[in-house]
Ligand binder design. Structure first.
Ligand code: FES
Ligand code: FE2
Length: 374
């Protein structure tokens, strides 16, 4: 039995990935190559890319990307690297541009990525500007969310999303009515997979999240796993408890979805709200969690503040748990954990996806054909 086959068998039985996978730099780099460089990632909100020429830049691990709205209104994405000698092209986080000019030797690109001008190119006999356009990446949207994939030839975003957009619509939130109100980041001294796995179970909720557990019925959680996402739905407690924020509104249940590989969308009971958490690996044992809090306009600033204070408290509780697990896994005294599959099935699902990607296996099975549009 090869080592990787042994890992797979353990996962099927409810063992976790070996501790080494959470600590080693070579594993981290393999995951960047085999997972992050070829999957769909949240890049920003459509509201930042309304005007022709508006752009934003982002990083998927070590890969710099540009997303822009071209003069014809089409979204485009490129690898943010100049074709001359490899300098980063745009350094700003966002802005407006008529063309993209490199700050090193002034090669200039059109918004469709083609090379418009390179100083001195007329003196070069073999210079072929048609060959020197920016390298494209894939870009698509789901509601107001812009997603990019560094691999321009990847399957469409819909193949990853599956039925998730329908499930989100059924919670009662109207994604298109939401605007980003605030962004926050947390740095966590733990491997990104520990952070994802902590998200994927609420077995720890009664122990670690008293406010959250007073509000939602954490014992009756509905966990579902699908091809590239999993969901957790929790109903409010039937016996009213003082809520940590104003929970009256169009959303009744708590709905928490994880989308492969590092995106989560969180919908709490109350008025129209969504918080996105993007789990960004920084190195083998450090992760940054980026929060994007979105609300409908009718949610007042004070209400939003109260809600965000509550979420901040929950995140601080989670950060401590994740950092504690990292110390255990890095100790050399622990190899594979034991999942409680009734409650931690979504972790098994995630780890099987990690295993497949890291060992270059095709996804296990294609499920039902996708609906024609989302
Ligand atoms: S590296 Fe961009 S113009 Fe030289
Ligand atoms: Fe938690």
């Amino acid at each position: 039995v090869t080592e990787t086959e042994e890992v797979r068998r353990g996962l099927a039985e409810g063992l976790t990935l070996p501790a080494e996978w959470y600590c080693s730099t070579s594993q981290y780099e393999a995951e960047q190559r085999h997972i992050f460089s070829r999957s769909w990632h949240y890049a920003g909100h459509c509201e930042a890319l309304v005007e022709p020429g508006s752009f934003l830049t982002c990083w998927i691990g070590p890969i710099p990307l540009i997303v822009l709205r071209d003069p014809e209104g089409k979204l485009r994405a490129f690898i943010n690297i100049c074709r001359h000698r490899g300098s980063l092209l745009l350094h700003e986080a966002s802005g407006r541009a008529k063309s993209l000019q490199c700050g090193y030797h002034a090669w200039t690109y059109n918004l469709d990525g083609s090379l418009r001008a390179a100083p001195g190119s007329k003196d070069e006999i073999t210079f072929d500007s048609d060959e020197l356009g920016l390298r494209p990446a894939a870009v698509e949207t789901w509601g107001p969310f812009v997603f990019v994939n560094p691999n321009a030839d990847s399957p469409p975003l819909a193949a990853t999303l599956g039925n998730l957009p329908t499930m989100v619509a059924e919670t009662g939130v109207q994604l298109d009515d939401l605007k980003v109100r605030q962004e926050t980041s947390y740095e966590i001294r733990a491997n990104w997979k520990i952070v994802v796995e902590n998200y994927l179970e609420c077995y720890h909720c009664p122990v670690a999240h008293p406010q959250f557990s007073a509000m939602l019925d954490v014992r009756e959680i509905d966990v579902q796993t699908h091809e590239f996402y999993s969901t957790q739905t929790l109903e409010p407690r039937s016996t009213p408890q003082p809520a940590p924020y104003e929970t009256a509104g169009e959303v009744e249940n708590g709905f928490y979805a994880f989308l492969w590989p590092n995106f989560t969308i969180n919908i709490y009971p109350g008025p129209g709200n969504v918080s996105l958490n993007i789990i960004r690996p920084l190195d083998a044992q450090r992760t940054r969690m980026d929060y994007f809090f979105c609300f409908v306009d009718s949610v007042g600033n004070e209400e939003a503040e109260e809600f965000m204070r509550f979420v901040d408290q929950v995140q601080k509780e989670d950060t401590a748990l994740c950092e504690s697990v990292q110390l255990g896994l890095a100790s050399g005294m622990f190899d594979r954990g034991h999942l409680m599959l009734e409650r931690e099935r979504a972790i098994q699902h995630f780890q099987q996806l990690v295993w497949q990607a890291a060992s270059h296996q095709p996804p296990a099975a294609r499920h039902a054909p996708l609906p024609p549009n989302h």
